[in-house]
Design a protein around this ligand. Structure first.
Ligand SMILES: [Zn+2]
Length: 393
């Protein structure tokens, strides 16, 4: 063995002895035992513990469980023997916890000690609130507040704005569905609990405002199907094909993609085009929608290409978006947007925007119509872009 190697082995051993010292010392600490730890304070979210300093200890480990014989998890590793207190934070109110501890390197745990967080007074309680889309509305949900006899739900159009009460529920109903919001509009919701006692109400705190955008709602009508007298209306025809027959699969495809993107759709396509335009507009006018659209194709002598029809300036924006969506997805010409003042489905809908979308000529573009999934997807993309909704592929 070379001299250098001997030197390094000796050096290694010396250093090893030095670094291992706490470990060898831990042989003595292995049996060190903590006396009972005690609970010195508790708040609604914290528990403070203390214990007697253990001579020779290199620190302490603190463990917590939610039942006496449950699973204890380490909440603190204190690496100094002189630290004799610890505050465990981030706990839930009115809850019982169990703590135990051991000296660092020791295997011996002290007996568990029970601790309870304080309960929040009714007037200090703050309901935990979430909002999600529910059908065509916004469902406000909250966790029960102990002592509540009812809950009140408020809404505003800005977080610091003026909140008006939109609903009251009994203590057992922990949600309220708001169907009164404008389609695709951002609102702020707050909830507070109320307690009826000795002839008067006291209230909890309001929850922090929850920002939520109402689901976007639209009406998509499939052209023709039934005439205004209730008889079958095929629309225009070419060879064995009909406008109503070609437009239904396109409408269904558009509806499918819109729903997948989270848009709430009213449509006569769900019942295979069983409604005429008067019935569609009447139905749509009862709903709080962002847009009304009707899907058609042009007769056999019409030139090739799309022809979106509009009346108002909002209609025109919708028409533009739909046309762009279609042409990004289907290779088809366009005859451009066309202003029409005389059409029922542009004048009668109360929706902020309406469009009659002529998808093309039945004789020249039917092959494009037969790729109904792509055509409907293009229309859905256009509608999503108009609504400001992310299109889900
Ligand atoms: Zn038509």
């Amino acid at each position: 063995m070379k001299k250098r190697s001997v030197v390094s082995i000796v050096l290694f051993l010396c250093l090893g002895m030095f670094f291992v010292l706490p470990e060898t010392a831990s042989a003595a600490t292995k049996n060190l035992e903590m006396s009972q730890i005690s609970v010195t304070a508790a708040t609604t979210t914290s528990v403070s513990l203390s214990w007697k300093k253990v001579n020779g200890a290199y620190g302490y480990y603190i463990y917590r469980a939610s039942s006496k014989n449950g699973t204890y998890q380490k909440v603190a590793g204190l690496k100094k023997g002189k630290i004799v207190k610890y505050t465990d934070t981030g706990l839930s109110p009115s809850k019982t916890y169990y703590y135990k501890a051991r000296v660092r390197y020791s295997k011996k745990y002290c007996k568990p000690v029970k601790a309870a967080t304080k309960s929040v007074s009714f007037s200090d309680a703050k309901p935990a609130v979430t909002v999600a889309v529910y059908k065509s509305g916004s469902r406000v949900k909250w966790k029960a507040v102990s002592g509540a006899t009812s809950y009140r739900v408020y809404r505003a159009t800005s977080s610091g704005g003026s909140y008006s009460r939109i609903g009251t529920t009994s203590s057992s109903k922990l949600y309220y569905t708001d169907y009164s919001g404008t389609s695709g509009k951002t609102y702020y919701y707050k909830v507070r609990a109320a307690k009826w006692k000795s002839g008067k109400y006291t209230y909890s705190r309001y929850c922090s405002a929850v920002k939520f955008r109402t689901v976007s709602r639209v009406f998509v009508a499939c052209g023709h199907g039934t005439d205004i007298l209730g008889a079958w209306d095929s629309g225009c025809t070419y060879k064995s094909m009909s406008e109503a027959g070609l437009m239904l699969p396109i409408t269904k495809s558009m509806v499918k993609y819109l729903r997948a993107s989270g848009v709430y759709v009213y449509t006569d396509a769900d019942a295979n085009n069983n409604k005429n335009m008067l019935a569609c507009v009447k139905w749509a006018n009862k709903k709080r929608i962002s847009a009304y659209m009707s899907i058609h194709c042009d007769w056999r002598y019409a030139p090739t290409g799309t022809l979106p029809l509009y009346k108002s300036s909002a209609d025109k924006k919708l028409a533009q978006a739909l046309n762009k969506g279609v042409r990004s997805n289907v290779s088809i010409a366009t005859r451009g947007l066309s202003y029409r003042w005389d059409l029922y489905e542009l004048s009668a809908p109360k929706a902020p925007a309406a469009c009659i979308f002529e998808t093309g000529s039945i004789s020249k573009d039917y092959k494009k119509f037969k790729k109904h999934d792509a055509y409907g997807k293009g229309l859905a993309k256009g509608m999503c872009s108009y609504l400001g909704v992310k299109f889900a592929d």
